[in-house]
Design a protein around this ligand. Structure first.
Ligand code: SAM
Length: 496
């Protein structure tokens, strides 16, 4: 299928006049959330997907801003024909609380002073950021998300969504992330923060409003350079730069200009970052990342942290990611499994390191598209199932089939558990052989399905046994539904 662009887009703003009570006690009012949307919200309000951005991201996830040369930061998977197909889904992305791309943060005006907040901005957490996103969804009239998806710090927001608003999220895709920041992640964040706060231009966060502007450019660019190294991998750096020299054929034996391409690349990107990011936002957001811990400082197990969510998960890790190594995603998947939550964990094979979720277009589209289009038996089964009690007569079974218009009747025992099945075919056999008791004609060895089974698996089972319906049973063996080959065919035709 052809993959296209979401087209020309604009960032919109949603004002939040009411006071926001923050997780750690502070209060904030008023606030603004900057956001973009792609695609159309359907009449049932059931096709919304929320994208959560990483540390240096913003609301511009896809499509093009007029006059700009680059599309949004996750254009590889958002747009017509892509995994987040904007012909089918309504995709939303907002800038996080504490950010500097339109959502209220330390560079916004403090209504009490009429000046930018600077360090008067309250400390915020990932939970506060998710609460602000929830207010945006309320404004958009969305009370259930088809999916919430994000990588890195965006993945932390995804996990927080499933903990804070478990009933609101149908599918979740946390990517290259962790349920709590590791000491190594905190350490890198702290080095970045120290680079900023050691820059004399930072001036305790009071660098706004100077003319000409003198933000702590050296510190912020250094923080970005350090961060950037952690987003790559040893192998990708070998491939991208090798030991190639920058604009020279011999070592300079001086400190005036870079020798190696990698030095020049990092400084270019460090400097570019200063033009688009606020140093105080960097401090506040990295602090929120460090504080993130779903185990609440080890007072809960991760499995306990996820209790109560019924969301289905696809957890994606990246083989060469050493900043958020795959073991952290594995831990998330194991904690979810311990709660009997439907979870798949897959690892993208890539040499790109942490940044692979922004670069591996083919694997990301394939993996996420498969997950979003997957339906489980519980999604398509008939829920009002007519059953018949063991010990009934063939005549009673025939009567129920006729009045209820069904051809398959699960037979239940005195405890309500599945004991067998009779079909219209069995009833005609009874007529031919003059049998009157259900016991004489019912099939005892019933082929069944569970509601979390993928639809394809149920369809395969029906095919193998040449039958057209499977009772769906729960852990107690009680019949909770019925999946039929007609239902599966209808689903296939809808999906095409
Ligand atoms: N036309 C049938 C249908 O629609 O399922 C398939 C023909 S098969 C020979 C009929 C036999 O399959 C019947 O004896 C019936 O009891 C049995 N059967 C139907 N559904 C079943 C299930 N889910 N598990 C086991 N046996 C089943």
């Amino acid at each position: 299928m052809k993959r296209e662009s979401a087209g020309l887009v604009e960032t919109k703003c949603h004002p939040i006049p009411e006071e926001i009570a923050l997780e750690h006690g502070g209060r904030l009012a008023p606030a603004t959330v900057a956001y973009e949307t792609y695609g159309k919200l359907n009449r049932e309000l059931s096709n919304a997907i929320l994208i959560c951005h990483a540390l240096s991201g913003d609301a511009h996830a896809a499509g093009w801003h007029k006059g700009e040369e680059k599309p949004g930061w996750w254009d590889i998977i958002i747009g017509p024909g892509k995994a987040l197909d904007t012909d089918n889904f309504f995709v939303i992305c907002s800038n996080v609380l504490g950010g500097c791309k339109g959502t209220t943060g330390p560079s916004s005006l403090n209504p009490k002073t009429g000046k930018p907040y600077g360090l008067d901005f309250p400390f915020i957490t990932v939970k506060d950021m998710v609460d602000v996103q929830k207010r945006l969804l309320d404004h958009l009239g969305i009370d259930k998300l088809f999916a919430v998806i994000g990588g890195s710090f965006g993945g932390m927001q995804v996990l927080q969504w499933c903990v804070s608003y478990p009933k609101m999220v149908r599918l979740a895709v946390p990517i290259a992330t962790s349920a709590y920041s590791s000491p190594q992640q905190i350490a890198f964040n702290e080095v970045g923060r120290r680079a900023i706060t050691s820059d004399p231009d930072w001036d305790n966060g009071n660098y706004y409003g100077r003319f000409p502007p003198t933000p702590p450019a050296r510190g912020l660019s250094l923080a970005r350079m350090i961060g950037h190294i952690t987003y790559l991998s040893d192998e990708s750096m070998h491939q991208k730069f090798g030991r190639r020299l920058q604009g020279k054929t011999e070592f300079g034996f001086d400190l005036a200009s870079p020798d190696f391409q990698v030095e020049s690349y990092l400084s270019y990107h460090g400097d570019a970052f200063v033009k688009r990011f606020d140093a105080n936002s960097y401090l506040y957001i990295t602090k929120a990342i460090d504080y993130f811990d779903l185990t609440k400082n080890g007072t809960l197990s991760l499995a306990e942290a996820f209790k109560g969510t019924s969301t289905k998960f696809l957890v994606i890790s990246i083989s060469s990611d050493w900043l958020y190594p795959p073991y952290q995603c594995k831990e998330i998947a194991e904690a979810l499994s311990a709660n009997d939550i439907d979870v798949r964990h897959c690892t993208i094979r890539s040499n790109y390191g942490h940044d692979a979720f922004l670069l591996e277009s083919g694997q990301m589209n394939y993996t996420i598209q498969n997950f979003l289009s997957r339906r489980s038996v519980g999604d398509v089964m008939i829920k009002d199932v007519v059953t018949i009690r063991q010990g009934s007569s063939v005549e009673e079974a025939a009567m129920i089939m006729m009045t209820e218009g069904v051809t398959h009747l699960p037979v239940t025992d005195a405890d309500g558990k599945l004991a067998g099945i009779v079909t219209a075919w069995d009833v005609s056999k009874a007529v031919a052989l003059k049998l009157t008791l259900l016991e004489e004609i019912m099939t005892r060895n019933v082929v069944i399905s569970a509601q979390e089974d993928p639809v394809e698996q149920a369809a395969k089972r029906m095919n193998e046994h040449n039958i057209s319906a499977l009772p769906v049973v729960d852990a107690n063996h009680w019949v909770i539904g019925m999946i039929t080959s007609d239902g599966v065919s209808r689903l296939v035709s809808v999906c095409r």
